[in-house]
Design a protein around this ligand. Structure first.
Ligand code: ZN
Length: 55
């Protein structure tokens, strides 16, 4: 299914079945988008995760 990017309103393709917390990337603006709702499917900007886990 295709949703609308909340950032640039470009198309965002999601693989079905869509799951909560699934992350997709907008092809237009490269934003990371997280699925925050399923009925209807809602996208929100995913928080930027810095992969710096430390020790
Ligand atoms: Zn976008």
């Amino acid at each position: 299914m295709t949703l609308t990017c909340p950032e640039c309103e470009g198309p965002v393709l999601l693989t079905e079945p869509v799951r909560l917390s699934e992350v997709a990337q907008c092809a237009d603006c490269s934003s990371e988008l997280e699925v925050v709702g399923l009925d209807p499917v809602t996208l929100d900007l995913a928080p930027e995760i810095e992969e710096d886990w430390g020790e």
